[in-house]
Design a protein around this ligand. Sequence first.
Ligand SMILES: NC(=O)c1ccc[n+]([C@@H]2O[C@H](COP(=O)([O-])OP(=O)(O)OC[C@H]3O[C@@H](n4cnc5c(N)ncnc54)[C@H](O)[C@@H]3O)[C@@H](O)[C@H]2O)c1
Length: 265
Amino acid sequence: MSAIPDTSNSTDTSNSVQGRVVIVTGGGTGIGRAYAKHFAANGAIPVIAEINGQAGSSVAAEIKADGGRAFAVQTDVTDEESVAETIARAMEEFGRIDVLLNNAAIFSTINRSRFEDISREDWTKVLDVNVIGSWICSKLVVPHMEAGGYGRIINISSSTVPVGLPLLMHYVTSKAAVMGMTRCLATELGERGITCNAILPGMTESEVEYVGRTEASFGAVLGMQKLKRIEQADDLVGMALFLASPASGFMTGQSLLVDGGMAYS
Ligand SMILES: NC(=O)c1ccc[n+]([C@@H]2O[C@H](COP(=O)([O-])OP(=O)(O)OC[C@H]3O[C@@H](n4cnc5c(N)ncnc54)[C@H](O)[C@@H]3O)[C@@H](O)[C@H]2O)c1
């Protein structure tokens, strides 16, 4: 692979992700699958780090069938050894890691209930994947980003945070923590030339079935959105590409709503 210039401290305004190696956690289904496919279509190489090995491999196969490059490694983001192994394999294969998209989360399968009824077990599981998993992936990729001279960490939070959506307190709390983590990473990584920003998606449809979603919930969200259609996974791709590219190089610590104008930050 041709060398990629150091753009961490430059005035490069390109919005290209050509040749970038991008770890997409949870890239086997839903919005993560859309990120992986679109990054590949834009010339990047997604490393699909997905706990559902079969789903990850099938996204990689789809990308290859479309003429793109991709690499899938079954990964549990809560398991430091598993993440280290994925990173080692990506480094062996491509020799660099440019972007980390911390997308994996407990979401489509989450148990919704009033806050008094959330089990301790559900709290632990959600915080472990949504928060600690992002921390583990971030700390293990940073040395490789530094060595490669380019680094973008993109965290996925949620517009449920500014809204304070009911019945999902464990999830909303985890996504608020992701916003805090984004600022701390931005602060600690700034002098090392690595940026960290977060995307806050609205209520988004994908090929996945979301447990507990009702017609009424779509109606309520459409009522709040300025743009009157239901958000699709592809609506989130543009912001992710921008945050991964040199064009966003002087922007860090930000949490950006991409939700059809539902909430204000
Ligand atoms: N869909 C929405 O409306 C919406 C709204 C706001 C934010 N988000 C966020 O966007 C991201 C993607 O959401 P989605 O709608 O595709 O949800 P999803 O539940 O379909 O996708 C989550 C993915 O993460 C994977 N995963 C779960 N645990 C993992 C682990 N331990 N290690 C590795 N992979 C693991 C799952 O297998 C799945 O492929 C999540 O961070 C979610 O919180 C989604």
